[in-house]
Write a protein that binds this ligand. Sequence first.
Ligand code: SAM
Length: 415
Amino acid sequence: MDASDELRSLEATGIYRLAGSRAAFVDPVRLLGESYRRFRLVPSAYYSRSFGPSRQGGEAQAEGTAPSPDRKKRKRKRQTKARELNAVERIAEARHQEARPLLISAHNSLLDAKYLLEYLPGMIKGDECRPELETSSENNFVELGGSWRAPFYEMTICFQKPLGQDEAGTCDVQKRSSPLFNRVVRVEENGEAEGEFQGRLYVLPKGSCFMMTDFTHVRDLIPDNPNTGYNLIVIDPPWENGCVRQKEAYPTLPNRNLLYLPVQELAHPAGALVVLWITNREKLRRFVEEELLPSWGVKDPTEFYWLKVKSDGSLIGDLDLFHHRPYECLLLGYINNREAESGSKFKVLQGSQVIMSVPGAHSRKPPLQKILSEYIPGPKPPRCIELFARELGSGWTSWGNEPLHFQDSAYFSKK
Ligand code: SAM
């Protein structure tokens, strides 16, 4: 494929594979958009943080001469440089140095993809202007779910059923009410729905499923029949972390609580790919590798990186900034991997890869199903679940204390 084919592929599929590197650039808006027929995600609402062009152009970040991170971070970098690293920091630095050549090579191939770089600013702006999201008027599901009223809250779900094959596409509108918290809510396979709750509308993709509960109810997700287990399990825990606390973005959980996540019980007997987002803290990394993944039955994980770029292709911060790396790590590994015996086809993960994108809201991760599709064991299409989710998707079960957060209709426009 040449560069213009790849660009067409990005427009059609949301993925641009960068030639000559183990890296791909993705457009989450396009990828998420595949779950919707009557709605589209508004790019300016997704790319809500201002990752505008850097003042020094797109070059050189990977060489260590990055565009200006803010003053506080620079000061912190000077301070970290000025003092000797302690033993744990030295391990973290060695890990970073190991990843660096792959990250630099991925970023350089992005900077070499001239067509893609020209395309990015338009991709982020989209063609419709949207006022700032009024986050203050959005429902706070974490608070509502913790109140004594939670068992009484209901969502009115409105389905549009096509009335046969007529050209006008006439629909019959049906409504039902469903308890909102502590229950599994399923949207039918053949039509997306709109949910109404406390004066706000939520767009619910066809074939999606969610359960909005606190961690204490997570075992309700375990399927009665193991054959309805999951082949892709994505987990993005609310790790205890100073940045989240400062921003009061969402509540965090003590890391050791995650030992009680029933990941093994959720896995499909024919195999599951488990993906765990982690932070760059070395202590956490040790806990995950030595205790958490083994307790879930995941062995020998492969590491992927999510490298965050601005709309001009430059990194969102200095690659070598010790406490604020412009990338996050995800560990991927298998449970019940018996595909070799059953003869079903999938590629076993081998070696690290880099996924690049322009980040959306704080802590919002790019969608992974499509980019990982060839590595997922078991029946096709795979059954997918996201733990600690903040959005829904067709073919996914989304669980957490606010899985409807990004389904608010403010993030969408009607087609
Ligand atoms: N993957 C998500 C995304 O891309 O937007 C971000 C997930 S965020 C790191 C962690 C989520 O876990 C937050 O929505 C947070 O409210 C939720 N969470 C925190 N404590 C929880 C608990 N006790 N039970 C269930 N969910 C919890």
